[in-house]
Ligand binder design. Sequence first.
Ligand SMILES: *Cc1c(COP(=O)(O)O)cnc(C)c1O
Length: 351
Amino acid sequence: MSAPRLEIDLTKIQHNAGILVKRLKKRGISVSAITKSVLGSQEVANCFIRAGIKSLGDSRISNIEKMRHGQIKASMSLIRSPMLSQVDKVVAYADMSFNTELAVIRKLSIAAQKTRHRHGVVLMVELGDLREGIMPDDMESVVQSTLGLPGIILKGIGTNLACRSGVSPDNINMSKLSDLADSLESKFGVKFDIVSGGNSANLDWAMGSTDLGRVNNLRLGESILLGLETLNRRPIEGLHTDAFKLVVEVIESKIKPSQPWGKIAQNAFGEQMLFKDQGNISQAILAIGRQDIDPNGIRPPAGIKIIGSSSDHLIVQSEANDLAVGTEVVFQPNYSALMHAMTSPFVNKVM
Ligand SMILES: *Cc1c(COP(=O)(O)O)cnc(C)c1O
């Protein structure tokens, strides 16, 4: 089989999704599965659906478009605020989008009216992580304006933590979201279908808190795909953490000095490298590079250490000196490496 390749175990992903759906259902929380890190893969999307998930989310409208063309039967949300230049596509392909800017929602309304669509909107609230979100004090006026826009249905509110800054979901920020839902509903006489509490970083809170308030949805990517909670990257009990394997092939294998020689300046990426003299080592080059993966995001097998990388080469040191040319080495990708590998046309995907 051709290398490099990402081997994807759909059975394990379906198992993970099924377990999280069941555990959260007992807590009154539905799961929206996030497909952005698998490039809107139809196979993975179908696997989520077989696990009982009814709603999918992606940050890229082109992934949603692809899943639509693949006849994926689920409600689809664009979870990144739409670009003004893409509102027509957003209305055509997504049932719903997450929004923080009235200028965008107004354009979505115009696009929806033009094509006689009804487009759902979830308003994202800023609760401290400082990525997307409307400041809580501004929510009232945004809700008021949104409710007045033809073609737009206000589906609810949501928030996203632990992404840019690592702010942990807790009873304080989550009850702020619930209180906002209550007060906005009573002020405007509406009922929100969705109060979306966050992403995989919310799992510990959702399973452990005695008061989930109004939160009735989570958007899960990494926890389903890699079986990890994402505040400390601990394995989730009962889930597979090895649904993805990255297989890479050796193209050079030699005994070389551990230290470069000559006058040392910056490398190809503007980095100043430091080397420790270990005498001669067994060094191998694998045919994958920064163009295809995040070299800091893949875990090598025991006895093999990553010691360098360039656009197209991954340089490893092998204790056992057993990496002959043509040998395949299997790595465990993290979320960042997974996302890169999925997006690289040079990495074959084998389901
Ligand atoms: C990526 C993303 C998610 C999913 O995050 P995971 O950590 O993979 O669960 C949820 N919501 C939004 C808005 C996102 O951008």
